[in-house]
Design a protein around this ligand. Structure first.
Ligand code: SAH
Length: 235
């Protein structure tokens, strides 16, 4: 039906944002970097620059685009969330990413954390348990040219042994304990950032693997959605 194809062309997939709105979003992004990140102790210039480069509003549900640079987490698909910008920045800074690093992320979600990591290092492997979320995020990261992020669908509590050992592992969902499986996939001297605790609140931990010892440090309280899998929460 010719009428229908005309209609389809008139309905864009994404809401059209005009030049003025794009400029406003860029301004919000810079303000986020200065006030929410630099203003609260994120000092690594490479990390701050990564947050300047990644257009966070494209990782957010359409109706929430203009909240993308606000100081709180936002809902994504399947009842999951994209973390508050400061939390993503703190975890990234504490992970201590170097340009040659290979990083494993557990919990791809919107792909925002993965995109930030991809600005800072060679290769990012990211595991997501929902195929629906993984597919949507893969499409977005392709459109934005993040070809150094590999998304794997599966239970991230088992890690991704194929590409181990990793220089760093970042877990972006709440774990009841530190999974041994992930520790085993860290190289000696490797770092892991992981929220550990109950269902309602957790402690953000920085774990450094030193031979067969683990050095642990608390980075403060936090609240993440649950890490569900064989070495995490049952459901
Ligand atoms: N890093 C994400 C945060 C997403 S929220 C971002 O930047 O948007 C946490 C994600 O972890 C959710 O998408 C959830 O589905 C996923 N998740 C929970 N348990 C998991 C597991 N065992 N393996 C892989 N992904 C898991």
């Amino acid at each position: 039906m010719p009428e229908k194809s005309v209609q389809e062309k008139l309905v864009p997939e994404k809401p059209v944002i005009d030049k003025r709105q794009v400029d406003a979003l860029a301004m919000h992004r810079e303000r986020m970097v200065q006030e929410q990140l630099a203003g609260r102790g994120i000092t690594d210039p490479a990390v701050l620059n990564a947050f300047r480069k990644v257009p966070r509003h494209l990782f957010i549900e359409d109706g929430l685009i203009f909240q993308a640079y606000s100081d709180y987490p936002l809902p994504i698909a399947e009842g999951q969330t994209i973390s508050q910008p400061f939390m993503v920045a703190l975890m990234t800074q504490e992970l201590g990413v170097r340009p040659d690093d290979t990083i494993l992320e557990i919990g791809t979600g919107s792909g925002y954390q993965a995109a930030i990591l991809a600005q800072l290092c060679t290769k990012v492997y990211s595991v997501e348990r929902f195929g629906t979320i993984a597919a949507k995020t893969r499409k977005l990261l392709d459109e934005l040219g993040y070809h150094n992020v590999m998304i794997i669908i599966g239970d991230g509590t088992a890690g991704y042994a194929q590409k181990a050992p990793y220089d760093g592992i970042i877990v972006t969902a709440a774990a009841p304990f530190i999974p041994d499986t992930l520790v085993a996939q860290l190289r000696d001297g490797g770092r892991m950032i992981i929220p550990v605790g109950g269902e309602q609140s957790q402690e953000l931990l920085k774990v450094v693997k030193q031979g067969d010892r683990l050095q642990q440090q608390s980075l403060g309280g936090c609240r993440f959605v649950k890490l569900i899998g064989e070495h995490g929460w049952e459901k």
